[in-house]
Design a protein around this ligand. Structure first.
Ligand SMILES: C[S@@+](CC[C@H](N)C(=O)[O-])C[C@H]1O[C@@H](n2cnc3c(N)ncnc32)[C@H](O)[C@@H]1O
Length: 306
């Protein structure tokens, strides 16, 4: 995969000013398949796998989210939005589809690793390597829209305030910042689901990640001085009882639990088969109780004075 160099040009115009001094080298790629025969990144706290199977899940999840929410973003963006940043872009499918919605914009998708990138950079979108935990390689006030989706397994709880400051820093005054996460909120969860979620939450906490904090994203934006903050907790059906969307989401959540399985089972010293059986009984509850998964989203504007 060839990565484009700074500065990115579109229609003979330099869109961003590079800041090479803060661009980190690409971290080490995948580790030997030791835990669960899944590849993972080293040198970063991110604990989901980083392999072809996970890339397939991320693209499927992108479709499931679109089916559940009906759009690729929530903030009230102006049609003339011209510069968009996607932090922790994964395969890059979000920038590619945003470029169709905003044909005049240039979108940058960045990730700590290029190993999942599936699209070559074009005049409309560019992919690059950067680590949000170490700071973004842009001068301040560059982007009209800064978007970050599903990085809860990448950002330790203690790092969230600094990450939000960094997202704000690269947003233009008056520009929008949007964060969307899934956590551990399932409505109409039965006892087995509640028990599994609590157990998973505890496993994550031992690693320094609090999955429950994703319901506080809006508060973090407000505390950081972001204006016009809107918080949306979006329930989506989880299970075939909810039709096409519910079936997609169920498949994705089971696949995500499976992606976490290796790390959690090693950590808690339980057999993968036990975990599989647990997830199976939990998924049956979703159907009988008509469970819904809750997406936590928050967006707001960078104040002109910030
Ligand atoms: C669960 S995936 C979500 C991908 C994408 N946002 C989406 O919604 O499809 C998380 C992504 O964040 C990336 N990531 C993990 N730690 C990161 C970091 N410190 N800085 C930037 N990206 C990171 C991972 O490599 C992975 O591609």
């Amino acid at each position: 995969m060839k990565l484009r160099q700074w500065p990115f040009r579109r229609r003979q115009t330099v869109i961003f000013t590079p800041d090479h001094s803060s661009t980190p080298p690409e971290p080490h790629l995948t580790v030997p398949r030791s835990i669960d025969d899944r590849a993972r990144l080293t040198d970063t706290p991110y604990f989901l796998p980083k392999d072809a199977q996970e890339d397939t899940r991320l693209n499927f999840q992108h479709r499931a989210l679109y089916a559940a929410i009906g759009n690729h973003y929530l903030a009230p963006l102006a049609p003339e939005t011209d510069t968009i940043l996607d932090v922790g872009t994964g395969t890059g499918i979000w920038p590619v589809e945003m470029s169709r919605l905003f044909p005049k914009a240039h979108t940058v998708g960045l990730d700590v690793s290029s190993s999942s990138f599936q699209f070559p950079s074009t005049a409309a979108y560019t992919f690059m390597i950067a680590d949000i935990l170490k700071g973004l390689p842009f001068p301040e006030k560059q982007f009209a829209f800064v978007h970050q989706r599903l990085l809860v397994a990448a950002i330790p709880t203690a790092d969230w305030p600094a990450v939000i400051q960094e997202l704000i820093r690269v947003t233009r005054p008056g520009g929008w910042i949007e964060i969307l996460e899934i956590g551990v909120t399932i409505k109409n969860a039965g006892p087995e689901t509640a028990r599994l979620l609590e157990w998973m939450g505890n496993q994550s906490k031992q690693r320094g990640f609090d999955m429950g904090m994703v319901s506080q994203l809006g508060m973090l934006l407000v505390e950081a001085g972001v204006q016009d903050v809107e918080i949306q907790n979006i329930p989506a059906p989880l299970g075939a009882w909810g039709g096409h969307v519910g079936s997609m989401l169920k498949a994705n959540v089971i696949s995500a639990f499976n992606a976490l399985k290796g790390v959690y089972c090693i950590q808690a010293n339980i057999l993968p088969e036990q975990f599989d059986a647990w997830v199976q009984s939990v998924a049956e509850e979703w159907e009988t109780l008509h469970a819904s998964y809750v997406f936590h989203a928050a967006y707001g504007r960078r104040a002109s004075s910030l």
